[in-house]
Structures are given as C-alpha cells and as structure tokens.
Design a protein around this ligand. Structure first.
Ligand code: SF4
Length: 373
C-alpha cells in the first residue's frame, strides 16, 4: 500500500466530514510554491520561465503558514521551482507538520543529500523525487546529464535514513510502454515507497510544446504500461502513491470531470486561478479564490486549454471524492483491477468548449511593475 494508512484514514475522514456537512467545494492538497527559481531548466516545465525579478521572489515562512491555515487542506505539497533552494524550507516544513499536515516536498534531488540533515523522518513527511524514466530518458527530460544518478544516490540515502520517499514521474509522448514499465520495475527495486505518475500538461510557458500527450494517446499509453505490471523484473504490483480510481481513469476506464479547486495553488502571485496548471489570474485570498472563481468556465469540455488535461492535480481529487461518495464503485474497481483491454469509458465531448484565452503574461507584467516601483 503506497499511500500510508494514517494518511488515507485522515484524508478519508476529512472528505467524509465535508460531504456530510454539505460542503460542495473543498481543497484536498495545498500546492505551495514558495519560489519559482530552480537549479535545472527542464524542457517540459511551465514554472521557471519568469523574468529574473520574479525568480528572485520568495514566500516567507509566515506567508506559507498563513496559506496553510487559510486553505485547511490535510495535505501540503511543497513544489516550485526547487523548494530546497528556499533558505527557510525546513521551517516551512516544520510549521506545516506542527499543524498536523501531511507534507510532501517535491525535489529534483540535486541538493537533497546536502540538505537532508535539516529534516527528520516522520509519518507526516515524505520526499517526492522527480524521475521521469531511465537514466537516458530522465537526463534528456531535465536537459542535463548526471541528474538521474544523483537522484538515485539521494533516494538510497533518504531511504537509509528512514525517510518516506516516493518518486514523481511525468510522461510525455516520447514515453514507450516497455521502457516505462521497466523504469517502474527499477524504481520499485530502488526501494521507493511509491510512484506518483501523471501525463504532462501542455503548459503554455514550457519551452518544448511538441511532446505533450493528447487524451487518447494518454489512455493508450497507460493501458499498455499497466498491462506490463508484474511481468518484468519486478514480479509484484507496483506501489502507486495515487488512488486506484485515478489510475483507472488514466487507463480510460472512468469518465471524470476535473476538480480544479481540489489542489489549490499558492505562490508569489497569490492564489492561482483556476488550478495548479492554468494561471488565468490570481486571487488575494483563498476565500476569494473559492467564492469568486467562475469554475464552470474551466474543465474538459468547457475550455480549449483543458481539452487534453488528465493530470493528477486536476483529477486525483475527483477520484478521491468519487471513492467516498460511491464506495461500491471504488470497491468494484479495486476488485477487478485496472482494465487494460476492451472499450474505453466515453469521453467528455469538446464541441462546446470556449476557445483558449492567452492571459498568462498580464499578472507577470503587473507584478514586475509593482516590484520595480
Ligand atoms: S482540466 Fe481542470 S485541472 Fe486540467 S487544466 Fe483545466 S481546469 Fe485545470
């Protein structure tokens, strides 16, 4: 079981309480980006292509704590940029854990061995190391040789010191099922506690726009990968740090609409609208984000930029809430496993989606003006 039992129970109780008290929209995971600066420049990244003035900005520890309290989500994922470049990252982690949040720090692992001593292993804390495939594939994906080896060494050290350590893996249209399955076997053999996998989102700021997956190709790829589970060098099932319903959705067996408020994002610009992937304006407070965002304008079928999205930050929350609302369906899915053959679930029609609006640079220009003045 990749998601720890205490986390499952706590998050399950949180969702059940929201459900029973009639709360329609609530967050599950706070995506906290205390900085955008990174020590890599990956081709598929939509977060680091900001002017230097923006890349210099950091959220203070106090601002991070305020965001955690305001949001109230039971899980806090600290991403970026590279969070280990933040000089007060250990204080942010300690503050979140003191608030009884499950904290996951996403890192490319280049600084992990150097900074690991600042953190303590805990049931509330996990490292999530970015690994997009085999040595050759990962180093190509992050545009730098040697990164895979350093990540693998850091994972081994984190495991040796008793840290819960998972990997996060983003697949692009260059992914090949046989190689991806072999990589998952290798990851399990490394001793990681879980794999978090997602198709890449076509960030409009990403330098490489050619290798994002479309919806049909995503489902075919995941079916082909899952069909190889237990048949390679790792004879058992892979441990995923995700719900079985979400993985079933990736394999084309569930028709889900996204839950963009499930993983709200707080960064230097404010609370990102509408989700972790799209930055179409920012709210000053979490309340403003939840109450004043026109949610019906977003999601697959509603908006052109959402047409190919099947990313975990949009759909894992849907899978979790569906599991709580219709447990019998989740139990049936768990019993049959992830179907890798046969007809796929119908997809959401795209005929009435509104066209894409290109608005991303407005908030950057506003912020630059503010910094310069
Ligand atoms: S489909 Fe949902 S999660 Fe994906 S980009 Fe659109 S609003 Fe965000």
């Amino acid at each position: 079981m990749a998601v720890p039992l205490n986390q499952m129970l706590r998050v399950g109780a949180y969702v059940a309480k929201k459900h029973l008290t009639g709360v329609k929209r609530y967050p599950l995971v706070l995506m906290l980006e205390p900085l955008f600066r990174c020590n890599l420049a990956c081709a598929g990244c939509g977060k680091i292509d900001y002017p230097p003035e923006i890349l210099k900005q950091r959220l203070s520890v106090a601002a991070c704590m305020e965001a955690i309290d305001e949001c109230g989500a039971p899980v806090v994922v600290i991403a970026g940029g590279e969070p280990l470049l933040h000089k007060e990252i250990e204080q942010i982690v300690d503050g979140a854990i003191a608030r009884r949040k499950f904290v996951i720090v996403c890192t490319n692992a280049l600084l992990l061995e150097k900074k690991m001593h600042l953190f303590k292993p805990s049931k509330w804390f996990s490292w999530s190391v970015h690994l997009d495939g085999s040595r050759e594939e990962h180093d190509r994906s992050v545009c730098q040789a040697g990164v895979y080896n350093r990540a693998v060494t850091a994972i081994a050290e984190a495991r040796r010191r008793g840290f819960r350590t998972i990997i996060n893996c983003t697949l692009f249209d260059t992914a090949e099922p046989e190689r991806t399955a072999a990589f998952f076997d290798d990851a399990m053999a490394m001793g990681v506690d879980g794999i978090s996998v997602s198709p890449g989102y076509a960030y409009e700021r990403a330098p490489d726009q050619q290798h994002f997956l479309n919806r049909r190709r995503t489902k075919e790829l995941f079916r082909a990968v899952f069909a190889r589970q237990g048949k390679g060098t790792w004879k058992k099932k892979w441990s995923f740090n995700q719900s079985s319903m979400f993985l079933d959705f990736l394999a084309g067996n569930q028709t889900f609409q996204c839950t963009p408020w499930g993983n709200p994002t707080r960064n230097f610009f404010g609370w990102q609208r509408p989700c972790y992937l799209l930055g179409e304006g920012y709210a000053k407070t979490f309340r403003e984000l939840m109450e004043e965002t026109d949610w019906d304008r977003y999601g697959t079928g509603n908006y052109e930029k959402c047409a190919d999205c099947m990313v975990h930050s949009g759909y894992e929350a849907t899978a979790v809430t569906q599991t709580i609302r219709r447990p019998w369906r989740a139990v049936a899915q768990l019993a049959r496993g992830i179907r890798t053959e046969g007809p796929m679930a119908p997809d959401i029609p795209l005929d009435h989606q509104r066209p894409a609006e290109y608005v991303f640079s407005r908030h950057v220009e506003d912020a630059l003006e503010k910094i310069r003045s």
